[in-house]
Design a protein around this ligand. Structure first.
Ligand SMILES: *Cc1c(COP(=O)(O)O)cnc(C)c1O
Length: 395
C-alpha cells in the first residue's frame, strides 16, 4: 500500500533514466516518449546544455530568497520581455501559481483604478488552469470543483460562440481567460477569428485578456507562443511546463500598465524564480530560442498532422477527428482513451489521455521524422490489434 494520497490512478511503470526521446525502466526496457511529462520535457532527457547549467549553478547557490536581487532571475525576465508582448514578469514554481498571479493581477488592476466591483473572470468549458481553489474555479469543470465549496467570482460559457461571451459581460467583469489551444480539455485549437473576437470584446468593454499558455506555449505549436499565430496580444499570459523543461518553474507575464499596481506586499513566493530554477530556465531558453529550433517544431508538427490524417483515413471507424496545432496534437478515438493509452504503453509508446476521449500526443520538441513515423506505426499496430479483438469478440 502506498503512503501517498490516492489522488492519482497511477500506472505501476517506473523509469530509471532517460535519454533524448526515450525513457528506460530499471531493466533497460525503452519507451518512446510522446507524453514529455505532459508537455514539460520539451528538450527530452539529458539535454547537455541544460544539465551542465544546473550542475554549474548547484555548485554556486541554490536559493537566496526574493528579498535579494537574483541575477539569473533578472536575466530570464528581461529575455522573456524581449521575446514577447510583455513588460513585466513574476516567477512561480508551477502553472497554477502563474494563474493565481494572473488572476490577482487582473483583480488588483481594477481595484487600483477604483473599479472595485470588477472581480469576475469569464472562463470556458473544456479549459484547465490547475488544481488550486482559484484555478479550479476559473476552469469551472465540475469534476474538479465538486466537494470543494463555493467558488464565487467566475462565469463560464462554451468556447467558440462570441455572442455567448458578450452576454456574460457586465459591470462586474474583469477579464476573459482562455488557453489558445486547450490541452487537458481535448486538444482544441481556437481559430484566429475567435481569439480576435475575444480581444475585440475586451477592448470594447475595458476588460483584460488573459492567455493561459502553460501547455501550448514555449515553442510547442511552432511559434514561441501559440497566440502569435493569431496576432492577438493578451494583457496577461501564464507560462510554465516547458519553461523549466522538468525543473519546477512558471511565470506570469503582463503588460507594464497592467502589472503597475502589483507593488511590494501585493504578491510573493518563497521559491519562485530562485537561482537554481532560473539558471535552468535561462539554459532552456537558450535552446528554445536558438536559430532553427522553433522552425524544427513547426516542420515536425506539420509532419505529425499529416501522418495523423493518413491514420484517420486508414481507421475511419476508430479515429473521428485530428486536433491540435504543431506538437500539441490529438486524435478523437472510438475506443475508451484510457484503455488505449495503456495499450500503447504495452507497445512501449507513452501518450496522454485528454477529455472528450482524445488521445493526446505531446512529444519532446526535439522529436524527429523517424520518431514520428515510429510512433504512428505503433498507434496503427494498436488499432489493428484492437480491431482483431473486436472481430473475435463479435464471433
Ligand atoms: C498543466 C496546466 C496548468 C497547471 O499547471 P501546474 O504546474 O500543474 O500547476 C495550468 N494551465 C494549463 C493550460 C495547463 O496545461
Amino acid at each position: 500500500m502506498s503512503a501517498l494520497y490516492g489522488t492519482y490512478a497511477r500506472s505501476e511503470l517506473a523509469f530509471a533514466r532517460g535519454e533524448g526521446m526515450r525513457l528506460f525502466t530499471e531493466d533497460g526496457t525503452a519507451y518512446l516518449d510522446f507524453a514529455a511529462g505532459i508537455a514539460v520535457n520539451a528538450l527530452g532527457y539529458g539535454d547537455k546544455h541544460v544539465v551542465d547549467a544546473l550542475k554549474a549553478q548547484a555548485d554556486k547557490v541554490w536559493h537566496t530568497s526574493n528579498i535579494f536581487t537574483i541575477p539569473e532571475q533578472e536575466k530570464l525576465a528581461q529575455r522573456l520581455v524581449d521575446a514577447t508582448f510583455a513588460d513585466k514578469v513574476f516567477f512561480t514554481n508551477s502553472g497554477a501559481e502563474a494563474l493565481e498571479c494572473a488572476i490577482k493581477t487582473a483583480r488588483h488592476y481594477f481595484w487600483a483604478r477604483g473599479e472595485k466591483e470588477r472581480v469576475d473572470i469569464i472562463g470556458f468549458s473544456g479549459s484547465f488552469h490547475g488544481r488550486t481553489i482559484a484555478t479550479i474555479a476559473a476552469a469551472g469543470n465540475r469534476a474538479y470543483t465538486e466537494g470543494f465549496g463555493p467558488m464565487p467570482g467566475y462565469k463560464h460559457t462554451t468556447p467558440g460562440d462570441l455572442a455567448a461571451v458578450e452576454a456574460l459581460i457586465d459591470d462586474k467583469t474583469a477579464a476573459i481567460l482562455i488557453e489558445p489551444v486547450q490541452g487537458e480539455g481535448g486538444v482544441t485549437a481556437f481559430s484566429d477569428a475567435y481569439l480576435k473576437g475575444l480581444r475585440a470584446l475586451c477592448d470594447k468593454n475595458g476588460l483584460l485578456l488573459i492567455f493561459d499558455e502553460v501547455q501550448c506555449g514555449y515553442g510547442r505549436t511552432g511559434k514561441f507562443f501559440a497566440h502569435e499565430w493569431s496576432g492577438v496580444i493578451p494583457d496577461i499570459m501564464t507560462v510554465a511546463k516547458a519553461i523549466g523543461a522538468g525543473f519546477p518553474l512558471g511565470a506570469c507575464l503582463a503588460k507594464g500598465e497592467v502589472a503597475e499596481s502589483m507593488v511590494p506586499g501585493t504578491h510573493g513566493s518563497t521559491y519562485g524564480g530562485n537561482p537554481l530554477a532560473c539558471a535552468v530556465g535561462n539554459a532552456v531558453l537558450d535552446r528554445i530560442l536558438a536559430p532553427g529550433f522553433i522552425e524544427h517544431v513547426d516542420a515536425m508538427g506539420k509532419i505529425l498532422a499529416h501522418e495523423l490524417h493518413q491514420l484517420m483515413q486508414k481507421f475511419p471507424q476508430y479515429i473521428t477527428e485530428v486536433r491540435g496545432k504543431g506538437l500539441i496534437a490529438g486524435i478523437k478515438i472510438a475506443p475508451p482513451v484510457r484503455d488505449f493509452v495503456a495499450r500503447l504503453r504495452d507497445h512501449k509508446l507513452l501518450t496522454v489521455a485528454a477529455s472528450d476521449n482524445v488521445l493526446r500526443l505531446l512529444p519532446p520538441l526535439i522529436v524527429n521524422e523517424d520518431e514520428i513515423r515510429e510512433a504512428i506505426g505503433i498507434i496503427a499496430g494498436a488499432f489493428v490489434e484492437f480491431d482483431a479483438e473486436q472481430a473475435s469478440a463479435a464471433q
